[in-house]
Design a protein. Sequence first.
Length: 467
Amino acid sequence: MKIKIIGYTSNLEKGYLPEAISAGFARVSRRKEPVSFLVEEAQGDLEKARRSNTTIIHEYGHSSIAEHVVFNVVVEEVSRLLSAIIMSHRLNSYIEKSQRYVDIDTGFVVPKEFSEEDAREYSRAMKELFSGYDFLYKKLGEYLKEKYPDWTERDVNNRAKEDARFVLPLSTFTQFGMTINARNFEHLAMRLKSQNLDEAEQAAELLVREGTSLAPSVIKYTEENSYFKETYGDIEQYVKENLRLSSDSTSSEAVKLVGYDDNPDDKVVTALLHRVSKLGYDSIKASVARLPFEQKKEIITTALKKLKPHDTVLREFEFPSFTFELLISQCCYHQLLRHRMCTYTLQEENADLGFVVPPLITGAGLESDFTDIIKKSTELYNYLKQKYPKAAKYALSNAHKVRVLFKANIRELYHFSRIRAEKYAQWEIRDLAKEMVRLANQHAPLSMCLSCGRSDFEKQKSKIIGL
């Protein structure tokens, strides 16, 4: 594991230190001098600046001051399991190595939780999974070359990687860049130490070492937190002791709409009229309820007619929301979690929900080989979970399904569909996005009318709005 801060908040001309910038900005609300003077003053007396940061951020609780210190962090040789945990923190920016486009080496995390004997068996099984990946990658390449002789070698290789990667384990090494402010840096370190996972704790220690070497006065509370470490376990224990939850039928649906606001189109129209009028919300809401459908359509059409493929729809489209239950592969989830402004929660990963078989695998006659590879992953996980309930997850594959509760407002669904329903998107999340849009459209046909992939936008707009 390698974690290194390679850039941080500074000044282009004078090279101010991060703590001087945060302390100088903190003085803006109480001093009349120019901001540039206040920062230079803080830089001139760094010890005083540090005392000021400690008092304002950690004693007064004005944590937003720490947001003015920003780090650029390189994270290398960590597992895909850990990268998903880190990237679920929504207020940071990330870019990760793609398993769709980058050649995968046989590198993986061996959890320190394992005994020496179990680590040997685990490592042997991991190498078999990587061998399975190499086998599928080669066979899919041969199949694609024969089926699509006009494809370039790059197209063939990338498409083969896209589906061969489904057999890779969550232990596979990855790397990413992260941009994060000091407030979230502190929170991330604390959450990682509360994961009950050695790799996460190791990452937290390296982060804290790097961060406090540059800005000790803005990074302080990084120890594990019993609330985050123990609460889900407490709830689980309460359920075991006090409740009998009825078992549902094991649905295989990838997407299920489980909740939505009443009259979402009316909510959007009401919000739009509220924005441009001087009337109160209740009055406007009552008026909108009496409007004929065609007039509501005209209002929303007016709000969308100048929209372009790369534009974000108006904020008023945020008021109605939809909640979906998703049953998707780890591959798909790793893409879903990048939509951090949506709300999602993940059930504990396990092998009980089955796995996703890519259609290309079936089409190439490789489903039996694929299933045999995933079976090795499943058997190893089932063995390890008896001893290591948390660390056993490293043995799961990208193909194993996870159950996710996902909530998004209409504005977020527009953004989601622009990227994920796009023809160039990965096939599983593209199908997911299209089905989510279809289900939401049944309840918000006006507000959702231009929610589609970027490549379909102009055609859709011409059809719906006629512009």
